[in-house]
Design a protein around this ligand. Structure first.
Ligand SMILES: Cc1cc2nc3c(=O)[nH]c(=O)nc-3n(C[C@H](O)[C@H](O)[C@H](O)COP(=O)(O)O)c2cc1C
Ligand SMILES: C=C(O[C@@H]1CC(C(=O)O)=C[C@@H](OP(=O)(O)O)[C@H]1O)C(=O)O
Length: 414
């Protein structure tokens, strides 16, 4: 079992994360983790904070000479902006006069769509600062750093992930556009919206410009693909063991994600049964699925084909053209507080979604194959695959196979 926890506030000194249950022998590279942290800052439409704030990553446990030890991996993502916030976010009490000025001024005009108001009700605060600090997606930096470790473990077993942007507001990748493979990550990261379809990406840039001009914000949809999964991760036997359910929870657990789809998702509900499923044929290397509408799971288990999951993000809640709210200090109608914000953070959400999918898959792999060292996990995986009787074997998922099926087409509707 793999467990993970994060702690830390958006403007605090650092985020802290722990990953428990990782076998020994997994390459853990600070450079690879920093690369993923840099990827999370990408995306046309992110706010100014992404430019001046640095993630200062350090490893505090669980790794020696570049390899995991089997003990909990502990890491810190320091925040270079901390000196400016050390009074506002001081863990020590501060004088009440200091509490009322500048950055410390109470935030009493909660933003609709953010955690501000309900958080104040629930945690008994009279202003939003103590809530927004943890509700902020700054926390996803810690998850992405952990996700890099999970990805390294998975890649030791031949499992590789990629994410891309499917839509920004109303602009979406057309039906039939090719899907990215695991070797397309650099190309995707070079695109302003992490979109695999160049013409759509240009239209997305225009959409972000438009929203920014209007003082507005945008959401969208990202998709994560996992290549090289074995069949049988997760289980049909109990609701909380279903792989699709676990993925949905992990993706919905990302700030602002409001919908998750597996495979063709809601589109499948509009099809007749004869057009909704992936028919089986005898291929050269075993049973072949003729399509990938299901997105790589059946009965809550991975099928061994490419996993395809999507997450839909609502538009950023801190709308520059401020939304109407109530000033809870005066009881008067007001406009919601706004200092700065992202116009669109969908590409960054794709990188976070990739991290969450990696963590869930790594957990499911360990549940199925165990192993205190990565070598043991690999041996167990290989012997499981070798023990599947010839007549039940499916051909291994690969880019080439995906290209031969209709899964290469991006289905309409999300
Ligand atoms: C990568 C990322 C960046 C975000 N940036 C902002 C932002 O700049 N301003 C904002 O108001 N919300 C931002 N959000 C969304 C808020 O964190 C989210 O709206 C808030 O937690 C409430 O959403 P919820 O109802 O899903 O929890 C961002 C989310 C993600 C994933
Ligand atoms: C700091 C990050 O994202 C932040 C997430 C966020 C929110 O409300 O979720 C609001 C913004 O912060 P601020 O309100 O301080 O400008 C984003 O910059 C990050 O992703 O590293």
């Amino acid at each position: 079992m793999l467990r993970w926890l994060t702690a830390g506030e958006s403007h605090g000194p650092e985020l802290i994360a722990i990953l428990e249950g990782l076998p020994s022998g997994v390459p853990v590279s600070l450079d690879a983790m920093r690369e993923d942290l840099a990827r999370r800052k990408l995306g046309y439409g992110r706010g100014s904070r992404m430019k001046f704030e640095e993630d200062e990553l350090t490893l505090s446990g669980g790794v020696r000479h570049g390899l995991s030890l089997g003990s909990p991996v502990a890491l810190r993502v320091g925040n270079t902006e901390w000196p400016k916030w050390s009074e506002v976010m001081s863990p020590e009490p501060v004088e009440s006069t200091e509490r009322s000025r500048g950055r410390s001024a109470p935030l009493t005009r909660p933003r609709p769509g953010h955690a501000d108001l309900v958080g104040m009700q629930k945690y008994d605060f009279d202003e939003a600062r103590p809530i927004l600090e943890r509700a902020s997606a700054r926390e996803t930096a810690a998850r992405v750093a952990l996700g890099a470790v999970a990805r390294s473990f998975l890649s030791e077993l031949g499992i590789r992930l990629v994410s891309h942007t499917l839509s920004i507001g109303p602009v979406r990748v057309p039906e039939g556009a090719p899907l990215p493979g695991p070797d397309d990550v650099d190309r995707l990261d070079a695109d302003p919206l992490r979109c695999f379809h160049a013409d759509t990406s240009a239209a997305m840039v225009a959409e972000v410009d438009d929203a920014k001009r209007d003082g507005d914000t945008l959401g969208g949809v990202v998709e994560v693909l996992a290549y090289g999964l074995p069949p049988g991760l997760g289980s049909h036997v109990h609701w909380d063991r279903r792989l699709d359910g676990r993925l949905a929870q992990a993706l919905m657990g990302i700030q602002a994600i409001k919908g998750v789809e597996v495979g063709d998702g809601f589109l499948t509900t509009t099809r007749r049964g004869s057009q909704a499923h992936d028919e089986l044929f005898v291929g050269d290397d075993g049973i072949v699925r003729a399509s990938d509408r299901a997105g790589g799971t059946e009965g809550g288990m991975s099928t061994g084909t490419v996993l395809r999951v999507r997450a839909g993000m609502k538009p950023i809640a801190t709308v520059p053209h401020s939304l109407r709210t109530v000033d809870v200090a005066t009881g008067e109608t007001a406009t919601a507080h706004h200092q700065r914000s992202d116009v669109c953070a969908v590409p960054a959400s794709g990188v976070v979604a990739e991290a969450m999918v990696a963590l869930v898959l790594a957990d499911a792999v360990l549940e199925k194959f165990g192993g205190d060292s990565v070598g043991e996990t690999r041996r167990n995986l290989e012997s499981y695959l070798a023990a599947i009787p010839e007549e039940l074997r499916t051909a291994t998922a690969s880019d080439a196979r995906l290209g031969e099926t209709d899964a290469g087409a991006v289905p309409a509707g999300v």
